[in-house]
Design a binder for this molecule. Sequence first.
Ligand code: OOG
Ligand code: MG
Length: 256
Amino acid sequence: MTMVDIAGIAERLDTAMLTATATPQLVEPLAIEDAYAVQAASMARRYARGERRAGIKMGFTSRAKMVQMGLDEMIWGRLTDAMLVEDGGAIDFARFVHPRVEPEIAFILRDALPATVTPAAALAAVAAVAPALEIIDSRYKDFKFSLTDVVADNSSSSAFVVGRGIPVGPDLSNLGMLLEIDGVARQIGSSASILGDPVRSLVAAARLAAGAGEPLQAGDIVMAGGATAAEHLAPGQHVRLRVQTIGAVEFSVRRP
Ligand code: OOG
Ligand code: MG
């Protein structure tokens, strides 16, 4: 077995994020466990700088996202308070390398979740379900990566916006989702694209987080994954997502 420089790769990815500068893809193919170890090590650097855990994001839970990025395995990443953008707020384009946005659904937990839960039990622990926008920003050159590259890079997690949402109740399995940029429809989809029902993503999140020794806690936010392909962002844009029944969420990209 070769030794993998977990801390060194974590530092490289963390620096790429802090300086908004793309870094080359990893040369040595990592084992998936090592990729998650790099992710944990890079997140430990952020926690040491004062960021606080906010929940987790799921990735590649829809066919549209798998096709866009050419990968077909579910992944996850960690969210912190520093990544949270207020609904209606603005982001600075210069903070990112080459940001994209994708339409999602978020769950805000009232109660902790164990590794194994039924969809009904998972929903019973949810305080609110909300429309959400994820701003992904791969730290790799040209937004290209292998599965283990992207996992090491915290699954491209970069920023996220969560709408007000509503209490659990309505069926979430087929809600229309409309992503508009500057008032123009850019992606139209359905929550059904997310594993057939976004609650399945929440169930998987509970299993994966617990498996990593960081089970989902009360107050955590779980991003269920993009329902459609992601769209490139540019300075000056206004982005809005409307999700049938559960509401809307928006943000803008400041001009430098
Ligand atoms: C990886 C992250 C995938 C999603 O919602 O599927 C993801 C990427 O596409 O850069 O966030
Ligand atoms: Mg996403």
